[in-house]
Design a protein. Structure first.
Length: 197
C-alpha cells in the first residue's frame, strides 16, 4: 500500500515504520471486528457452519485481482515490476498442508492468532507459542530439509503462463470460480449452520 510512496522518497524509513504500524493496527482491528479473532468462528468453516473466512478471502482475491488488472490497463501499474515469490512446488504444498493442519487443530492461522492474542485470548498466545516452537525446531533441523526446501523449482509461475490464457480470461475464470464457491458456501451454511448450538 505505501511501498511505492516510500520507494520514490515521499517519506523516510522512520515514517514508513509508522505507516506500517498504522496499517497493521487497522488490519488487525478489521479482522477482530469481523470475528476472525475467535477460534470457534474460524473453526466453524471446517464444519461448514460459517463460511465467512472463505467468502472474505475470495472477495479479497477478486478485489485485488481486478484492481491490479485495471491499474495495469490504464497504465498506472506496470505488472512486470510486481515481485512474485518463486514457486517451489513440493515445499510449498508441504507448508500449506502443515499450516492447514495447524489451522484445523488450533482454530487459527498465524495472522488471526496475533489478533486473538492482542485481545487477550489465551488460546491465541498458546497458538503463537506453538508456532514459534515449530519454527525453532525447523531452524535447528534445517540441514535435514535443506535440499527439499529448494526442490520443485518452477520460477515465477503464473496461471496465465501455465494455462496459456490472457490475464483477463484467467480473472474471469477466477471470478466464476469464486461465485460458485459463494453459492456452494451458502448451501452448506443452510444445511449445517442450523446444527450450531
Amino acid at each position: 500500500m505505501f511501498t511505492p510512496l516510500y520507494k520514490f522518497d515521499f517519506f523516510g524509513v522512520e515514517i514508513s515504520f509508522v505507516v506500517a504500524v498504522i496499517i497493521g493496527i487497522m488490519f488487525g482491528f478489521t479482522l477482530e471486528r469481523a470475528g476472525f479473532g475467535d477460534a470457534k468462528k474460524l473453526a466453524h468453516q471446517f464444519y461448514f457452519r460459517d463460511m465467512t473466512v472463505l467468502k472474505v478471502m475470495f472477495t479479497a482475491i477478486i478485489v485485488a485481482m481486478i484492481g491490479t488488472l485495471l491499474l495495469n490497463l490504464v497504465g498506472i501499474l506496470d505488472m512486470s515490476l510486481i515481485y512474485l515469490n518463486p514457486t517451489y512446488l513440493g515445499p510449498q504444498i508441504a507448508g500449506g498442508v502443515i499450516m492447514g493442519i495447524g489451522f484445523v487443530i488450533g482454530g487459527y492461522c498465524p495472522g488471526t492468532s496475533l489478533v486473538a492474542s492482542a485481545t487477550g485470548k489465551v488460546d491465541g498466545f498458546i497458538y503463537i507459542a506453538g508456532a514459534l516452537f515449530g519454527m525453532l525446531i525447523f531452524g535447528e533441523t534445517f540441514p535435514l530439509f535443506q535440499d527439499f526446501t529448494v526442490s520443485g523449482f518452477m520460477g515465477n509461475a503464473k496461471l496465465t503462463d501455465l494455462l496459456g490464457l490472457t490475464p483477463g480470461v484467467v480473472a474471469f475464470l477466477i471470478i466464476l470460480m469464486a461465485l460458485g464457491m459463494f453459492w456452494g458456501a451458502e448451501i452448506l451454511e443452510k444445511k449445517f449452520g442450523a446444527e450450531e448450538s
